[in-house]
Design a protein around this ligand. Structure first.
Ligand SMILES: [Ca+2]
Ligand SMILES: [Ca+2]
Length: 160
């Protein structure tokens, strides 16, 4: 879809991507596009690398509100394993951060989590596919994952 906006002597052409604002295979929610990778499992680092190389600005999913959590949860039925999120405390133990460097403003831990279980380094956070709750686990686990990216901005071309 292409939109022409005539404003006085200037003409703005707004080019939309084919499905609105997300690339093919991505689902739009608010200002982000999401992709659920359910055909392969990867460890956390490889999953993150896969998201990054897939699309500009893409990272493992980050979740900032209960509404966003509920939206992601509504697609968990697609998963047959727990699902990686971008949350991790690889930098500083106990200091959880999103891989996309967004500030942590919301958490949805399972009861007793994060627990760095039995002294193992549980530094990456999965979403439990049965409850949607979060759990820190070893980053070397192989899980399905969800990618998020800011939605594609409309490309505006101005003619004067
Ligand atoms: Ca940890
Ligand atoms: Ca744990």
């Amino acid at each position: 879809v292409t939109q022409f906006i005539i404003n006085g002597s200037s003409l703005t052409v707004v080019l939309f991507t084919s499905d609105g604002h997300c690339d093919r295979g991505y689902l739009l929610y608010k200002d982000s596009c999401y992709h659920f990778e359910t055909e392969q499992v990867k460890n956390w680092q490889d999953a993150e690398a896969d998201c990054v190389k897939e699309n500009l600005g893409a990272e493992l999913v980050s979740i900032h509100s209960m509404k966003e959590q509920s939206w992601v949860e509504s697609y968990l039925y697609l998963a047959t394993s727990d699902v990686w999120t971008g949350l991790n405390d690889l930098g500083l133990p106990g200091m959880f951060m999103w891989s996309n460097e967004h500030i942590v403003t919301f958490t949805y831990w399972a009861p007793g989590e994060p627990n760095n279980h039995d002294g193992f380094s549980e530094d990456c956070v999965e979403m439990l596919h049965q409850t949607g709750r979060w759990n820190d686990v070893s980053c070397t686990d192989s899980l399905m994952f969800s990618t998020g990216q800011p939605r594609v901005n409309n490309t505006e071309v101005n003619f004067y």
